[in-house]
Design a binder for this molecule. Structure first.
Ligand SMILES: N[C@@H](CCC(=O)N[C@@H](CS)C(=O)NCC(=O)O)C(=O)O
Length: 202
């Protein structure tokens, strides 16, 4: 199995962490989707990473689809619970984390790809609000629990960990650690897992 992606994408990192937690072998193929000659459209018509290309050539894209598929491949380190209500709760945490990432990535694109004159401050503020309210929801949801869902490490923790560390990576000016010490402690603990330590964004 090949994973097409970049070392700076938080969505690709999510998939890499799932691969590591589940001890699945794969080949990482680096692709710059912003380069004029990118071949990403050959496997993902949406032109985004991560994209997984399986041994028979079939491709899967969108980190949520990929992570769900990977979790079915082996019972090792089950990341999504089976019972429907629990499953939905874990997927909802993942959706919250992904939504914050979407907002953070949009802010980054707006402030790096566009000339200053073309930037839309109201759009950036709208995305920033999603990050701010998302952080509050994460902090309230986690409270003083060790893990996001039901005292077990799940895909929800991988999602939240990837979102928080992306904020550190691209928005170091945002003092989310000061505002939410429980999230800071949680990310520090997650960062010690080999799957997180081996996939630090760069
Ligand atoms: N919902 C997608 C988001 C993936 C995504 O936005 N990837 C970014 C890199 S962080 C990308 O490839 N962007 C290229 C583009 O938007 O054209 C997922 O979870 O996989």
């Amino acid at each position: 199995m090949k994973l097409i992606g970049s070392l700076s994408s938080p969505f690709v990192r999510k998939v890499r962490i799932v691969m590591a937690e589940k001890r699945i072998d794969y080949q990482l193929v680096l692709e710059n989707v912003w380069a004029a000659d990118t071949a990403i459209d050959d496997c993902n018509p949406l032109g985004k990473v991560p994209c997984v290309v399986m041994d028979d050539g079939d491709a899967l894209f969108d980190s949520r689809v990929i992570c769900e598929y990977l979790d079915t491949l082996t019972p090792v380190g089950k990341l999504i619970p089976q019972p429907s209500r629990e499953r939905a709760a874990v997927r909802c945490c993942e959706a919250l984390a992904d939504g914050m990432l979407d907002a953070a990535v949009l802010i980054r694109l707006e402030t790096t790809l566009r000339d200053e004159a073309q930037r839309n401050a109201a759009w950036v503020e709208r995305q920033q609000r999603k990050i701010d309210t998302g952080l509050r929801a994460m902090a309230e949801g986690l409270a003083d629990k060790p893990w996001c869902h039901a005292n077990a490490f799940t895909l929800a923790d991988i999602g939240l960990g990837c979102a928080l560390s992306y904020l550190d990576f691209r928005m170091p000016q945002l003092d989310w650690r000061g505002a939410y010490p429980n999230l800071a402690k949680y990310l520090d603990k997650l960062s010690q897992r080999p799957s997180f330590a081996e996939t630090v964004l760069q």
